[in-house]
Ligand binder design. Structure first.
Ligand code: ZN
Length: 103
């Protein structure tokens, strides 16, 4: 496997930045950016920017959701939240996970 990927942003090659300019005089192009592969599953191994990641998700949102559809809510068991007034008058609410009820 090579140590880079082409950015998967569908409009990456249309963004006007000088680092995307390639080619010889008279036949210049804007080219998709290369992205360093980080050997993990983080999105930044596949996208050059948050914008390209968002563009990809917006184009492919139905396919992405089909991979892991959420048809029911999820819940994390917690203890009764503790509300305390700070010395400056703010209300601080402490929320702690109830590990004894973790499934
Ligand atoms: Zn990109």
């Amino acid at each position: 496997m090579s140590d880079f990927n082409w950015c998967h942003g569908p409009q990456c090659h249309e963004k006007h930045t000088v680092d995307r300019v390639r080619g010889v005089k008279g036949s210049k192009v804007l080219r998709t950016r290369k992205v360093k592969h980080h050997h993990n599953n983080h999105w930044y191994s596949w996208f050059c920017s948050q914008g390209c990641y968002d563009d990809f998700a917006n184009v492919h949102i139905n396919d992405i959701l089909a991979i892991a559809p959420r048809t029911e809510c999820l819940e994390t068991p917690i203890h009764q939240p503790k509300r305390e007034r700070s010395q400056w008058g703010y209300i601080n609410t402490t929320i702690e996970v109830d590990e004894t009820r973790q499934s």
